[in-house]
Design a protein around this ligand. Structure first.
Ligand code: IMP
Length: 428
């Protein structure tokens, strides 16, 4: 057994794409199993930067099979334009990409409805990516308004169902936002049947494919999107995404039980970031936060929004590690902290005078949490050129040791820059 999972332990954007890309060589199949085009993976490959959203990172290597599994929600237009982008840069995307016929489809009404709902929440808006992800997952759970990829290949029933759904959505949208223009079911059906034709070569029963791949001894690499603290069930609800973005989602989203995975790698940044609303105890609304944002280029891949930045929160990341069941850590963007005199790590919270290392289940409690910090001296030296842990400044090693100790998992990979070579393997 040598299948691996790469899971973010914070609020997403942990640079998982780089780790997935590094590991693809040692695997045969890369699997995306949740989320949609709300995710953003930036990968530097052959000296070129690629920004992927729906496509698994494995798609950059045509020798690998990439699977968009059942738990993903698919905007076919976005998917086709991503495929086209790769093709236009000389990367062939053909039968090496498989898309689950069970995956649910995002329609224009999902995007309009999400915008209406977000706008109506005012200051309490979730701060979603406005890609219709949450509204599509909601319709999946509700079933009456849900359409799956496989349904697009039964044009008559698809048209009839869409007619009915769009009729109801128009009534709903008019009630919520009277100025909304009604949507035209026939036009949407024509458009989506065109997408279906273009995607046909990729559509498959991916669950069956993955089971056969495992039986044939193929090595799978599961690529998580977002992070554990954005998990619908276990994250900072309601400021979460609508899928199981912790390790918990692998089984339900792919149909592959976790017992088939031999190594779960938890990916964290050397600090913390968050995009969108919701409490963030270690947020730094000061020049240090701005410094981290500038040096780490902390702006959203999908929406371009500036990310909120703060110190490493070991209470939050430790919780992420426990719910995801990771074996080891990959610490990303360590180089971003190189110029700081001192670096703090949140080791506990104080809530209403009580000290705890438990991650609160209620956002109201998390919002009142005051971080208890361990402050370490900075290393004040460029680490981006180092390739061996033994060459790291003692202060940087002490920092990594603290993260491992507080989370209770060993550090196996340290990333000191965006390129593949800027990676230190602490244990092979
Ligand atoms: P949604 O996933 O678009 O519904 O957004 C819900 C929350 O998840 C918002 O706070 C988003 O900013 C956040 N989110 C969604 N995708 C990502 C991601 O890939 N990285 C970081 N945050 C994300």
């Amino acid at each position: 057994m040598s299948s691996t999972a790469v899971i973010g332990l914070q609020w997403g954007d942990e640079a998982k794409g780089k780790i997935v890309d590094l590991l693809t060589d040692r695997h045969d199949v890369v699997v995306r199993y949740q989320g949609g085009n709300n995710a953003g993976h930036t990968v530097v490959f052959n000296g070129q930067t690629y920004k992927l959203s729906l496509l698994p990172v494995g798609t950059l290597r045509p020798s690998i099979t990439s699977v968009i599994a059942t738990g993903v929600v698919i905007n076919p237009q976005a998917l086709l334009s991503e495929i086209e982008q790769l093709r236009s840069r000389g990367i062939p995307v053909g039968e090496n990409l498989l898309i689950s016929d069970r995956a649910h489809v995002i329609f224009p009404y999902h995007i309009v409805e999400e915008a209406v709902l977000e706008d109506s929440r005012g200051v309490n808006a979730i701060g979603t990516t406005r890609r219709g992800i949450g509204t599509c997952y909601r319709d999946k759970a509700g079933r009456s308004h849900a359409i799956r990829i496989g349904d697009l290949y039964h044009p008559d029933t698809f048209r009839a169902r869409l007619e009915e759904i769009v009729g109801q959505k128009n009534i709903l949208l008019k009630a919520l936002a009277p100025k909304t223009q009604p949507l035209d079911a026939a036009k949407i059906a024509d458009e989506y049947l065109g997408y279906a034709a273009a995607l046909k070569v990729h559509v498959a029963d991916t669950t069956s494919y993955l089971h056969k791949a495992l039986a044939a001894g193929k090595r799978l690499l599961f690529e998580g999107a977002q992070g554990s603290l954005l998990d619908l069930d276990h994250g900072t609800f309601p400021y979460v995404t609508s899928s199981s973005s912790s390790g918990c989602g692998i089984h339900s989203g792919s149909g592959v039980p976790e017992r088939n995975i031999s190594r779960m790698i938890g990916v964290v940044k050397a600090y913390t970031t968050r995009v969108g609303g919701g409490p963030f105890p270690t947020e730094l609304n000061n020049e240090i936060g701005q410094h981290i944002r500038d040096v780490g280029r902390e702006y959203g891949t999908v929406t371009g929004r500036p990310r909120r930045c703060g110190w490493f929160d070991a209470v939050a990341a430790g919780y992420g590690a426990r719910i995801s069941g990771v074996d080891c850590l990959s610490i990303m963007l360590l180089d971003v902290l190189s110029q700081l005199d001192q670096i703090s790590i949140c080791t506990a919270y104080e809530i209403d005078g009580e000290r705890t290392t438990d991650f609160p289940s209620q956002v109201e409690d998390l919002a009142r949490a005051r971080p208890v910090y361990r402050t370490l001296p900075g290393w004040k030296r460029d680490v981006s050129t180092l390739r061996r842990l033994a060459d790291f400044p003692a202060e940087a090693r002490a920092y990594l040791d603290s993260l491992a100790e507080l989370i209770g998992k060993p550090v196996e990979i340290v990333s000191v820059g965006p390129d593949r070579e800027q990676t230190v393997f602490c244990k092979s």
